[in-house]
Design a protein around this ligand. Structure first.
Ligand SMILES: Nc1ncnc2c1ncn2[C@@H]1O[C@H](COP(=O)(O)OP(=O)(O)O)[C@@H](O)[C@H]1O
Ligand SMILES: [Mg+2]
Length: 274
């Protein structure tokens, strides 16, 4: 085990409890995602999926009340988000923000320099690197000249997140609903992009509400989250099973009580429900 940890960058979450604004959202999460594996987290709206992502990245206002978040064997809970990024963690946001006045190219180069540390990459060397990634993901020149996310369609925003992922080359990436709000062509494009990046050097925590992205990306493991706990874990065969039963069916089968206030409606109320 110890030997394995020195060779692969593993994200380990042990008994994690966390609260937001005094309300306990995560109620004891155990999860191990090694570099090179794809783990999907599925679950109804308001179950705490984004909270988990935010806690892993150290977003302020999310408070850990128990358990640990370890990366490469180190407890990272005292680190700032940028320090976690420098260690090799990446989060693609569910709702990417606009940055008016900053082009995608300049944003990506700043992010690259900030994350990689050391000597700053020259504009020319960075362009070359970026071009390779753009070609791989099928991103057009026009997109990277625009201001970050300003006037971007849902599909463009998500594509931009994947480009960022490709450029930064983290060891573990958390993709929070990278599939949400996409039409089928954009979904395919984004999923293919992620698929290209998946390999022995990248571990992915793929957070999704719907099973459909799993038609394009086959996870090694699927974990179902309800009311702040992982209630079921299994292999890729879990996806069609869930699709058939629905979260409510599974909830009944497992005898999981809906949380306080029926949190299924919480969080992402702008998403379609089944
Ligand atoms: N910043 C926040 N402030 C207050 N409540 C929050 C915040 N973030 C999440 N929550 C609450 O935490 C619960 C889980 O939300 P979330 O993690 O977004 O779930 P999911 O991503 O699974 O839809 C919801 O009840 C939501 O309202
Ligand atoms: Mg969410």
């Amino acid at each position: 085990m110890a030997e394995t940890l020195t060779r692969t960058a593993t994200l380990e979450i042990r008994g994690l409890r966390a609260e937001v604004e005094g309300k306990e959202i995560l109620k004891g999460i155990d999860l191990v995602v090694p570099q090179g594996e794809v783990h999907a987290i599925m679950g109804p709206n308001g179950s705490g999926k984004s909270t988990l992502a935010n806690v892993i990245m150290g977003r302020p206002s999310y408070r850990i009340t128990g358990g640990q978040v370890l990366f490469k064997g180190q407890d990272i809970s005292g680190l700032k988000p940028d320090q976690r990024a420098q260690l090799g963690l990446f989060l693609a946001f569910q709702y990417p923000t606009e940055i008016p006045g900053v082009s995608v190219v300049n944003f990506l180069r700043s992010a690259y320099n900030a994350v990689k540390g050391g000597e700053k990459i020259s504009a020319l060397a960075f362009r070359k690197r970026l071009k390779e990634k753009m070609a791989m993901l099928g991103v057009e020149d026009a997109m990277v000249a625009r201001y970050v996310n300003q006037g971007f369609s849902g599909g463009e925003k998500k594509k931009n997140e994947i480009l960022q992922l490709a450029v930064l080359e983290p060891e573990i990436a958390i993709l929070d609903e990278t599939d949400s709000g996409l039409d089928i062509d954009s979904l395919k494009a984004v999923a293919n992009g992620v698929q290209q990046l998946i390999g022995p050097n990248l571990g992915v925590l793929l957070i999704t509400h719907y099973q459909r992205i799993l038609n394009y990306i086959t996870p090694d493991r699927i974990h179902v989250m309800m009311d702040g706990s992982i209630v079921l874990s299994g292999g890729p065969e879990l996806a069609p099973e869930l699709e058939k039963k629905g979260y409510e069916g599974l909830r009944k089968e497992l005898g999981v009580q809906p949380g306080e206030g029926g949190t299924d409606n919480g969080g992402d109320s702008n998403h379609e429900r089944r």
